[in-house]
Design a protein around this ligand. Structure first.
Ligand code: SF4
Length: 569
């Protein structure tokens, strides 16, 4: 049975969109692109939109979309037993050739299971034969470490999709036509032979008695290390929003990607290491993408790992302004804040600017390799405010390796000095200002120098957070936002776990999202993954991925950081 109410809702969403592609199915490879979170979140994701465009650009491919239903729709799906269907044609997900998940955040792993359940498709790959769609995943969360969800996917695309997708589709074309005659195994063997494709079932993991990984061995014919793919010339793949709707975080704004990777190498930053090497689009290419984007929306959101490291950022902003476009930047490096750039942003009607000191004390900023002095931070605030931008957001991390309560207090002290700087730099006392502190737990991510470090104990994170919250209370114009430490725990588990963590995900799905119950039910010790400091020579679940930077280099960085922090290894 299919709920008429849900069909009407899908049609209503489509009516409000611009850019959706509807193609006849006959004889084409059918792909449903899934974002494992709500529509307004998925539609704000540029990577998701780009995949949609690339797949639909192939004449023999139909690509449609599906998202995690809103809570009231989820209930309707379950009450009416309606199998999940796609947005564009409202066809059942089980009728597609391929279900392709784009996963940016580990905390969305659980939603993958919800979506498969709604689609009436068995979650475990080993229970799906050739009659089911091929279930695949890509996105930064899985190319950091796909192992916690390896049981659920037939294969993963590791790296930047633009680089792999052509070869992937060619291999699918060759094999899919006689899929019914072939075993799913044959298809996976062909696809698993492509660089950047990881098929978990062809890799065997063995564990030592203490629970650590002993080895991960591929079947003959598959590589021991799977290469993360990356695009060497970004200009070949213009990246801008292709779908527009008022129901997204970035409404009335077209996103344009400026660069990937970052030359700075801050030791905690996963985006820097997994998008290595640093690559910029050329000014001429960005100018032409922006010109095209302004035909769709009057405002451009410049995105990328390190937007303010683009050497031509100022001329690009000036060009956008000369075309009467608005400008928005996700965040600015402290030492990139210059009067001319800020004036440009102000003219482009950017209201809020974010900077990321990350730590309150200079000692910790140095350890992170984000060694700005307090003077430099306050100078950037002065430039922002003097040039008319008084809505400022500052990102901080708590629970960094070697962090003491004194270091956490320094966040509060620095925030108060920033507030003081805003007030003294303001030309008029009447102007409205706002200082938002975004304070979040530090999660040691795979493929970064801190991959050996543990997540700080939840009690300690809560205490530090409380202390900062209390210090901000009653301070006019200042507010604090933060993630709950319990979600940092879940994120650490899902980003640092191995294959066995899939059992916890299954149990959590069975208990309808109750993590505590699931952790009690399974005999797996989650603290083993979250709070344990890893041995220097330990085999990590993600070691089989060649992320482009050797483990030795990361180790050197880690040891350097610990030495600077005065921590013995
Ligand atoms: S934190 Fe920012 S500056 Fe540092 S490496 Fe990451 S993107 Fe670059």
């Amino acid at each position: 049975m299919t709920s008429w109410k849900l069909i009407q809702k899908a049609k209503g969403i489509l009516e409000k969109e611009r850019g959706a592609v509807q193609k006849p199915w006959g004889g084409k490879i059918t792909v449903c692109l899934l974002y494992p979170n709500a529509y307004h979140v998925g539609m704000s994701n540029l990577g998701f939109q780009i995949l949609y465009r690339i797949l639909n650009a192939a004449d023999d491919v139909v690509c449609e979309r599906a998202f995690l239903p809103e809570p009231e729709d989820l209930q309707e799906y379950r009450n009416t037993q309606t199998p999940l269907f796609s947005l564009e044609s409202q066809k059942l997900l089980s009728s597609f050739d391929i279900l392709a998940f784009s996963i940016s955040f580990e905390n969305d792993f659980l939603n993958v299971l919800t979506l498969l359940e709604l689609a009436h498709i068995p979650p475990e790959s080993c229970l799906r034969d050739g009659r089911y769609p091929l279930v695949i995943a890509g996105g930064v969360a899985v190319f950091l470490n796909p192992e916690p969800v390896s049981e659920f996917f037939d294969l993963f695309v590791l790296g930047e999709a633009e680089e792999v997708i052509g070869q992937f589709l060619a291999a699918v074309r060759q094999t899919l036509s006689d899929k019914k005659k072939k075993e799913k195994d044959d298809l996976l063997r062909t696809l698993g032979g492509l660089e950047g494709i990881y098929v978990p079932k062809f890799y065997r993991v063995t564990y030592a008695e203490d629970g650590k990984i002993e080895a991960m061995d591929p079947e003959p014919g598959f590589p021991r290390k799977v290469k993360r793919r990356w695009v060497s010339k970004l200009d070949q793949f213009p990246t801008q929003s292709v779908l527009f709707t008022p129901d997204t975080e970035f409404k009335e704004m077209a996103l344009v990607e400026v660069n990937r990777g970052c030359p700075r190498g801050c030791r905690f930053c996963a985006a820097c290491f997994v998008y290595h090497p640093f690559r910029n689009r050329s000014l001429s290419s960005l100018e032409s993408i922006s010109k095209e984007a302004l035909l769709n929306e009057h405002r451009i959101g410049l995105t990328g790992t390190a937007v303010s490291d683009h050497p031509k950022l100022l001329p690009l902003c000036q060009t956008i302004l000369s075309q009467r476009g608005g400008i928005s930047l996700s965040s600015l490096r402290v030492d990139a804040v210059t009067p001319s750039l800020i004036q440009c942003l102000r003219e482009g009607e950017d209201r809020t600017v974010a900077i990321a000191p990350e730590a309150g004390s200079e000692r910790l900023r140095k350890m992170l390799k984000k060694g700005y002095s307090e003077e430099e931070i306050l100078k950037s605030i002065n430039i922002l405010v003097e040039n008319g931008l008084s809505q400022i957001k500052c990102y901080f991390l708590i629970g960094l390796p070697s962090e003491t309560d004194e270091d956490a207090k320094e966040i509060l002290l620095l925030a108060k000095r920033i507030r003081h700087q805003i007030l003294s730099s303001q030309k008029s006392r009447e102007r409205r200002w706002r200082l938002v502190l975004s304070v979040n737990p530090f999660i040691p991510k795979p493929a970064t120098p801190f991959q050996w470090a543990p997540l700080e104990e939840i009690g300690s994170l809560k205490r530090k957070l409380k202390m900062i919250q209390r210090g901000v209370q009653g301070e006019r114009g200042m507010e604090i936002i933060h993630d709950l430490p319990k979600w940092a725990y879940v994120q650490a588990l899902l980003s640092r776990g191995d294959r066995r963590v899939g059992k916890i995900l299954m149990a959590t799905q069975r208990s309808q999202g109750n993590w505590s119950q699931a952790l009690r039910e399974t005999s797996i010790n989650a603290d083993f993954y979250v709070h344990r400091k890893r041995d220097l020579d330990e085999v990590f679940p993600w070691d089989f991925i060649d992320h482009g930077i050797s483990k030795e280099q990361l180790k050197e960085e880690y040891l350097g950081a610990m030495k600077e922090a005065g921590v013995e290894i």
